[in-house]
Every structure is written in structure tokens, then in C-alpha cells.
Design a protein around this ligand. Sequence first.
Ligand SMILES: [Zn+2]
Length: 327
Amino acid sequence: MPEEIIVKNFSSYEEIAALDGFEEEKGVSTDNYADIAGHYHLSDSLRCCRVLESGGLCHQKHNYGFVVALKSGGFSILGNRCALSKFAKDSKVRIAADRYEKERKRQEAIDGLRKIFSEKKERIETLSISLNYVYELYKYMRNIKDSLPMLCKFSLEDMARSGKRNVAVSLVYRHYYIDKESGEKKHEDTDGVHTVGTISAISLFNKNSFEEPLKNLRESLKLLENFHRVDEKATELQAKRFAAGIMGSEQAIRIKQDFEKLYLELNKVKPGVISALCKELDDRVATSKIFLQAKGMPHSNSKARQEITNLQEEIVEQTGAYKVIYG
Ligand SMILES: [Zn+2]
């Protein structure tokens, strides 16, 4: 069994300098190296004390390195790059630095697990709230889609899949003129297109928008609920993989907020605009009724019809079109 590696983090230069026998600019070589006493990650850079072949010191500036115990009983420092790559692979320094580094990374990964474990209750709560919201909204959207006239539902789903957000209608413009030869009044038609509005929350009509967040939230909750103790023996990879499978609270909150925003945006869209996706008047009325109801507004047949009439009048007024073709 290899001896246990004690990972010791020095949190300041003062703490290192206070070591009994620490000497600044004390060269470290394979000859005087005894052991690794710890490591440091500092915002101030230190200078590496590896002895070069020329006899001088490396002096490379670094923020991350090792505190090294010397055979003389004193201490010095080595930058991480030198300790981990500049000594011969089979040298005592290199072997110890590699093992220390591996254990340090492993313990950091285990610390990550400890943190998740200590926040377990709060995380479960936050993730559950988010999951519940997203799932309720998913069901709400499914119900709305299922109650819509089929062609309107298909149009919305197609838009959601392609990311298209504008609702447009076709127009017919009629131009009147007097025929020069006969003197009769005649007309000529031209086509046009007009955007009646935008459904910026169109992604709510795509069930795929819900699937991944729902899956991630559910899987994370399952892992959290079965997380009964921190496995101190886990490898770095095992610990990292486990931690990566569990969604953080911030992400869960952000997911909920994003869906809340989409829901609010959807509620701002005029029912008439969505109904303009339907070719038939009856379908437009039915669609308008469903979205009036979804917004919590009066939604009798006559109210729904009024939305349709209002939109038609608006379009004609804005464009001067002779005819509006929906769907
Ligand atoms: Zn160095």
C-alpha cells in the first residue's frame, strides 16, 4: 500500500514563510529534496526555486506551486510546471509531485461532492419547484394545442420547429382604371404579404423545448434523493461525473425564469394574431376563443368573433388591401 498523501493547502505566502526553516531563494534539486509539504494557489506570483543545470535558480513566476521539505530540515518552493515536468520521470520529486497532484485533484472533486451533499435539502427543494413549474406549463401548452383546430396546431408546431415567429397573411390589392378604348371601368389585382404580428414565445409550441429541461431536472432529483453519503474513496473521475449529473440550483432557477418569461410573452400576443394562421373563419373563431380563455378574458363566441373582425379591419386599414387571405 502506498503511504497516504496528506494534502495541505497554504493559503498565503506568510503561512509558507512562517514554516520553521523556510528560506527564500533556497534552491531545490533532486539532491536536497525530501518531501512535499503542501501546495498553494495564490493571487500574488512567487518565483520557482528549482536549481538549473547551470547552478542558478529557475525564477519563473507562478501562482500555483508546491511547498517542499528539504533534507536539511528547511523548506522552499517549486512552481507546479517545474515540479511536474522538469525533473526526471523516475526522480523522487517528480513521482511525489505527480502523486500529490492526483490526490489534490481527487480531494477537490470530493469537496465538490461534500458541497452538494451539504446543500442537498435546498437543492431538492429548488429543483422540485422548477420541475413542477416546467411540467405544469408543459401540460398547459399540451392542452391548448390539443384543443386548437388541427391545422392551426400544425402551423404553430411547424413555426416552433423552424424557429419562425412572424404570422403573415396574403393580401390582394385591387386597382381600378378606365379602359381607354371602351371607356369602361375595369380592375386589375396584385398580390402582397403582410405581417400581422409576432409570436416570440413560439418555442412553447415545441414539446422538445420542454423535454431536455424536464429530463435533466428529473435525473438530478433522482440522484440527489439517492445521495446518502459522500464516497471518500471515489476517484476524481467518479466524483466529477457524479457531480456533473446533478443540476445546480442557479441553473434550475434560470430554467424556471426562462419559461416564466416565455409564458408572459405568449400572453401578450393578441388572440387574433394567432388565429390568423387558420384558413377557415370557423377555425379562426375557435382559435381566438381558446386564447381569450387562456388569457383569462371573456371568451364567448361573439367576443372571439369580434377579435377576428378587429384584426381584419386593422389589416385593411393599414394596408388598403381589397382582400385578406389567412392561413
Ligand atoms: Zn521553475
